[in-house]
Design a binder for this molecule. Structure first.
Ligand SMILES: Cc1cc2nc3c(=O)[nH]c(=O)nc-3n(C[C@H](O)[C@H](O)[C@H](O)COP(=O)(O)O)c2cc1C
Length: 412
C-alpha cells in the first residue's frame, strides 16, 4: 500500500501554517489577490477546467449585497478520493482557500457540500472550524482587517449531501442545498450571477480551493512554474485498480500515463480509465499520452485494469452506474443510458448486430451534445472509448458467451 511519502508533491502536499495565506491575502487588495490567481492560470479541478480567476471575477462583478462561496466536496465520480484526503489531512488549505474566495468575491458565507458517505468526517471538520473561529481566521472581522473601516466577516458551514452523483454538478448541488430534488438547472443564468438562493455564487472544487491557498502563499508566478504551459501547477490523482500502490498522488501536470503506471507499480496493464466512469478508457497503444489540458484533461480518477479483466464487464458496471444515477430530468440521459446498457447486455448474450452497435455509438454521440447537464454529456464516453479501443475483445466476449449467434455473422 501507498505510504504518505509516495504521494508528496511540490505544491499541495507540502507544509503550511494555517492562516498564513489569509493573512497575506487580507494585506492585499481584492484586485491584487485576483491578479495572483489569474497569473497562476489555475483551472478548476472539478473536471470542467474553467479558469478560477474568471469565475471569481464574474462573481465579484455581479451586483448583490449577498454572495456565496460553495466548496464542492461531493466527490461522487467512481474512482475519485483525493478530496477526501485533502479534507481529512489538509483542511487548513481548503478552508483558507474558501476564506480567500469570500474576500475576493465579497461573500460572507461559505458552504461545504460534503458527500453523504463522508459523514464520518463531519464532527472533526466542525471541530476544526471551531478552532479556526477561535483564532479569528473565521467569523467576524477576520484578523482585524480594516479595523478602522468595515471588517471582513466570513463563516463556513457544512451541508451533508445524500448520495446522488448528479448533486456534484454545480447547479444540481445548489438545488439540493436549497432543499429541492437534485436536478441540473437551465443555464444561463450561471451561478456566478444567480446561484444559491438566486445570489451570485462561486462553486469550486476542494482541490481548486486548496491550490488557491498555495498560490497566495507563494505567488501566481511560482505556481505557473509547475506543470506545463496550458496546465499549470500540480494535480492530485486518485489511483485505484490493478496496481501494487493505489492511493492519492500529487504529480505535475504533463506526466505520461506510462510514468504514472510505473509510480504505482502497475504490472501487465491492459487498460487505463482516465477521469472515472465518465472518462475515457485507453488501451496500451495510448499509454504515452499526457495528463493535462493539452492532451488528457481529468478530474483525477485513474483506474488501472490488468490483462485478467474483462472489458465488457467493466463497461457494464459503468453503464449500470449511469442508469442508476441519471436524475431522469432530460430524455437523452434518462433513455440513452438505458439503451447503452441494453446494448452491452445484447453483446453479452451475443444478440447484437454490428449495425445496431454502431447506432448506439451514434446515440452516445447525440447524448454528448443533447443532454442537459454534464452527466448525460459524459456518460457515453466510456461506452464509445471501450468499444473503439477494445473492439476485438468486446465482440469476441459476445461471440464466445454463447455457442454462436447472429452477432459477428450479421455484420451489417
Ligand atoms: C454529474 C457531475 C458530477 C460532478 N461532480 C463533481 C464533484 O463531485 N466535485 C466537483 O468539484 N465537481 C463536480 N462536477 C463539476 C461541477 O459541476 C463544477 O464544474 C465544479 O464543482 C466547479 O469547480 P471548479 O471550477 O473548481 O472545478 C460534476 C459535474 C457533473 C456533470
Amino acid at each position: 500500500m501507498q505510504n504518505r511519502k509516495n504521494r508528496k508533491g511540490a505544491v499541495l502536499f507540502t507544509d503550511y501554517n494555517r492562516g498564513r495565506s489569509i493573512k497575506k491575502a487580507l494585506s492585499m487588495s481584492r484586485e491584487e489577490v485576483l491578479f495572483e490567481i489569474k497569473e497562476s492560470k489555475l483551472k478548476g479541478r472539478g473536471g470542467a477546467g474553467f479558469p478560477t480567476s474568471t469565475k471569481w471575477m464574474l462573481t465579484a462583478a455581479a451586483k448583490s449585497d449577498v454572495k456565496y462561496v460553495i466548496c464542492n466536496a461531493d466527490e461522487g465520480e467512481p474512482g475519485t478520493f483525493k478530496d477526501r484526503v485533502l479534507l481529512s489531512e489538509y483542511p487548513d488549505l481548503v478552508f483558507d482557500g474558501m476564506v480567500i474566495a469570500g474576500y475576493v468575491i465579497g461573500a460572507k458565507e461559505g458552504i461545504v457540500y460534503l458527500r453523504g458517505e463522508y459523514e464520518y468526517m463531519l464532527d472533526s471538520l466542525n471541530e476544526y472550524l471551531e478552532v479556526i473561529r477561535k483564532e479569528n481566521l473565521l467569523g467576524k472581522n477576520i484578523l482585524g482587517k480594516d479595523k478602522s473601516k468595515e471588517g471582513f466577516d466570513f463563516d463556513i458551514r457544512i451541508h451533508l449531501g445524500n448520495g446522488a452523483y448528479v448533486c456534484g454538478e454545480e447547479t444540481a448541488l445548489i438545488e439540493s442545498l436549497e432543499g429541492h430534488r437534485g436536478e441540473a438547472r437551465n443555464r444561463p443564468p450561471f451561478p456566478v450571477n444567480s446561484g444559491f438562493k438566486g445570489k451570485p455564487t462561486t462553486v469550486n472544487n476542494v482541490e481548486t480551493l486548496a491550490a488557491v491557498t498555495k498560490i497566495i502563499e507563494n505567488s501566481g508566478k511560482w505556481y505557473q512554474e509547475h506543470g506545463t504551459d496550458k496546465s499549470t501547477g500540480s494535480k492530485l490523482f486518485s489511483v485505484s485498480g490493478d496496481c501494487e500502490k493505489p492511493g492519492v498522488y500529487e504529480l505535475p501536470w504533463g506526466t505520461k500515463i506510462s510514468e504514472l503506471l510505473k509510480i504505482v507499480s502497475a504490472k501487465n496493464t491492459k487498460a487505463v480509465q482516465v477521469g472515472g466512469a465518465s472518462g475515457i478508457c485507453l488501451d496500451k497503444s495510448q499509454f504515452n499520452r499526457t495528463l493535462g489540458y493539452e492532451d488528457m484533461p481529468t478530474g483525477g480518477s485513474i483506474i488501472v485494469f490488468n490483462e485478467s479483466r474483462n472489458m465488457l464487464k467493466v463497461l457494464k458496471n459503468f453503464m449500470e452506474f449511469f442508469v442508476e444515477e441519471s436524475c431522469g430530468q432530460c430524455t437523452p440521459c434518462r433513455i440513452g443510458n438505458v439503451k447503452l446498457l441494453e446494448g452491452v447486455k445484447m453483446i453479452e448474450r451475443n444478440e447484437f448486430t454490428f449495425n445496431y452497435i454502431n447506432k448506439l455509438k451514434e446515440l452516445g454521440a447525440t447524448m454528448q451534445v443533447a443532454s442537459k447537464c454534464g452527466l448525460g454529456q459524459s456518460s457515453p464516453n466510456s461506452f464509445i472509448s471501450i468499444l473503439e479501443n477494445f473492439k476485438d475483445e468486446i465482440l469476441n466476449t459476445g461471440l464466445n458467451s454463447t455457442s454462436f449467434g447472429n452477432g459477428g455473422n450479421n455484420g451489417k
